[in-house]
Design a protein around this ligand. Structure first.
Ligand SMILES: Cc1cc2nc3c(=O)[nH]c(=O)nc-3n(C[C@H](O)[C@H](O)[C@H](O)COP(=O)(O)O)c2cc1C
Length: 168
């Protein structure tokens, strides 16, 4: 007999998962009304051939529908000194890009200046999973901006400092 999955209280789920460190990225696209972007910690790599990455986006996201309709997006992986950008792009503010330095990736999607890594993608597939969509992107171009800088890491609601040997 298949047992129904137990219901897990959301505060317990959040509390336990807050112990799992995540990278911090900004997923951005260039919509008809200008640049749009949001903080995303659920970034993961998927496939080597073809090169694919993924992340999860909440169904209440206002940015993702605008980004998705452009067909592409650029993931900027933030460095340890970019916590302010993480916080800014985790708001609902319409002016998130004000005073933020960026250049267009080959797709035209914004690539945030000073991030560690940028990954320019075409939307390959999305699949609903609970209250989020899993987004799969086929990588069209990518690069490392700073070989030695330390990454920004999100853990238990904060940004612990990592020591990267030989740099950071
Ligand atoms: C460290 C961090 C990681 C986050 N990761 C995600 C994520 O993976 N997916 C998501 O949908 N929202 C994530 N968020 C929340 C969004 O950034 C936030 O809800 C934002 O306001 C969404 O903006 P939008 O409504 O314009 O899309 C994260 C926030 C923080 C601070």
């Amino acid at each position: 007999m298949i047992m129904p999955a137990p219901t897990i209280a959301t505060d317990i789920f959040r509390q336990v998962l807050s112990h799992v460190p995540t990278p911090v990225t900004v997923v951005a696209g260039h919509g008809t009304t200008g640049p749009v972007g949001m903080t995303v910690g659920s970034f993961f790599s998927i496939s080597l051939e073809p090169a694919m990455i993924g992340f999860c986006v909440g169904h209440n996201s206002s940015s993702w529908p605008l980004i998705e309709q452009t067909g592409g997006f650029c993931v900027s992986v933030l460095g340890a000194d970019q916590a302010a950008l993480c916080q800014r792009f985790a708001t609902k503010a319409a002016n998130r890009f004000d005073d933020v330095s960026w250049t267009p990736a080959p797709s035209g999607a914004p690539r945030l200046t000073g991030s560690l890594v940028w990954i320019d993608c075409r939307v390959s597939m999305t699949r609903a999973a609970g209250d989020h969509d899993i987004v799969v992107g086929e990588v069209e171009d990518l690069g490392v901006e700073d070989e030695n800088a330390a990454p920004l890491v999100f853990h238990r609601g904060g940004f612990p400092r990592l020591v990267v040997e030989g740099g950071g």
